[in-house]
Ligand binder design. Structure first.
Ligand code: SF4
Length: 95
């Protein structure tokens, strides 16, 4: 669990994923944070956190993910798009 949490925690917030995305989506960045926090063994994350973070992303004008997968190809920390899958799974479970 610690290794999985650390993999997601290595995101440095550089913004390369946003810059390359045709939708200007920050989904990989947001998903890395959600995947990190949801994997930590200290306790359950607020179940509404993924929805709140995605709303904040949209409120700031970032686009939505439509699976171009350009983000993971440029991420210097090799954050995988599976983090977005994790985020979406948590999002749908919370509804
Ligand atoms: S490119 Fe990778 S390290 Fe940079 S903000 Fe996006 S997910 Fe984080």
């Amino acid at each position: 669990m610690a290794d999985a949490a650390f993999d997601a925690a290595t995101c440095i917030g550089c913004g390369a994923c946003v810059a390359i995305c045709p939708n200007a989506s920050a989904s990989l960045f947001v998903a890395a944070k959600v995947a990190h926090l949801s994997t930590l063994p200290q306790g359950d994350m607020d179940k509404k956190r993924p929805a709140k973070m995605l709303k904040a992303m949209e409120d700031e004008g970032f686009g939505s993910c439509s699976n171009y997968r350009e983000c993971e190809s440029v991420c210097p920390k090799e954050i995988n798009v599976s983090a977005i899958t994790t985020m979406n799974r948590l999002l749908y479970r919370s509804r």
